[in-house]
Ligand binder design. Sequence first.
Ligand code: NI
Ligand code: MN
Length: 225
Amino acid sequence: MKITFLGHATLEIQINEYSIVVDPFISGNPSASQINLDDLKPDFILITHAHQDHTLDVEKLAKDNDSVIVSNFEIVNYFQNRGFKGHPMNHGGKWNFDFGELKYVNAIHTSTFPDGSNGGQPGGFIITANSKSVYIAGDTALTYDMKLIPLHYKLDLAILPIGDNFTMGYKDAIIASDFIKCDKILGYHFDTFGLIEIDQTKAIEDFKKAKKELIIIKPTEHLTI
Ligand code: NI
Ligand code: MN
């Protein structure tokens, strides 16, 4: 699995011949200005929740690439009503897609579309493919529900928000890392705008003190698991 950070909470995940884009927010993100949307060719677009900083570029990408949109029932309905392809899920459910298994799990957050439409309840995803499992938390608070994840999955990587204010901050992410039994964390949803600026050096140090690894990479950089 090749995981490329595309700024804020946007990821591209390549599994075998498939491209999966998660929460596309590129055209509205100055720190992702070097990324050209036309270079992305997603077969699938995963959406954790309906907020603009997770859905801004969904329609352009889905239109250009005939992508299948995967999210909760309300979000997928919203896009299906606009003529897009979708696969609806809901919390606790999993499905075997061509790229691997996907589970939609709980997040504590909100999920209204920018136009006020109902975006259902927010979530996160666990992707399992080629014997590797990755948890993408989406925007969420620290929650005891995270303790359910290691009952079924041995995570190789977890992607957690660390920016605070709208989601958990990095100190809660250290506790989340305990809950999910995964010590390798890719941080996201920080530093994009003023309300979620963090001290990256301090965050990495605090993870180290807890004998965990916080990975911070720049937009367009990737890691492979
Ligand atoms: Ni949000
Ligand atoms: Mn967000």
